[in-house]
Design a protein around this ligand. Sequence first.
Ligand code: 6SD
Length: 268
Amino acid sequence: MRVDVVTIFPEYLAPLELSLIGRARSTGLLDLTVHDLRSWTTDRHRTVDDAPLGGGAGMVMRPEPWAAALDDVRTAGRASLGDGAVPHLLVPSPAGAPFTQAMAHELAEQPWLAFACGRYEGIDERVLEAAAEQGPVTPVSLGDYVLNGGEVAVLAVVEAVARLLPGVVGNPHSLVEESHAPATGGLLEAPVYTRPAAWEGREAPEVLLSGHHARVAAWRREQSLRRTAARRPDLLAAVDAASLSKADRAVLDELGWSVDGGRLRQRG
Ligand code: 6SD
C-alpha cells in the first residue's frame, strides 16, 4: 500500500518509523511518504494560512499550497502505481465520519491513501471540493473531542489500517479475537493475564490455569459480555440477538438486558 501524508509538521509523523509500522515500511509492505506543505508555498515567509472570510477567530489554511501539494502527490503516485491510480483522500476533522474498525478494513483494501492534515481552523473547503473531482475524499473523525490538527488522527488511522495488511502483524491470528473484530460479534475483548499466576497477593482467574479450553472460552465469552454491558452498552444494543447462546442470554438477563425484536434492550 502507498500512503502520502501532507502536513506542516512532518516531524509529528516520526512515530510511523517505529515498531511494526516502521518494519512494514522497511520491508516494502508500506510505501509511506510524509510531505511538508510549506514546500508548495511561493512567498518568502512560506505562508500557509490567512484570516477567515466572514470574520471569526483563528486562521484558515490557504487553498493554493494545498491544491499544488495534492496535484504533485497525485502525479508522483501515478508515476509509481500506474496512470489509472487515484488516491483515496482522508481528511481528519472533528466534523468527519467516525473512524471505525470496519472503515479500517475497507481502507486496508485500497492500494493508495493520502492524508491532508489541517491545522488552525482547518483547510479552505474548496480544496476538498476540487479534490473530490479527482477521486474519493472522506473527512474522518477519531472521536467527539477536538485536537489541534490532523496529525494525531493520521497516526491512529495509519496504524489501524497498516496492521491489517498481510504480513504486518506477525501472527495474523492476533487480529481475529480482538475488540471490535467481526469475530467477537461486536463485543469487547475479555481481560488478559500472564505469569506469575499469583502476583502481589492477586490471583489470576483459576479457570485460565485449568487447561480446559472449552471452559476458558466460556469464561472469556462471559467476561466480554459483562465488560461490554458495563463500558459500551451502545455496542451491546447493536448485537444481533441470533448470535447469542442460552448461556449468553442468562448472563445478560442477570445484567438487566433482554432480547426484544432480535436486538438487546436494557430493562428498567
Ligand atoms: C484543524 C484539525 C483536524 C483539527 C480533530 C479530529 C478529531 N477527531 N478531533 N479533532 C481535528 C482534525 C482537529 O485541523
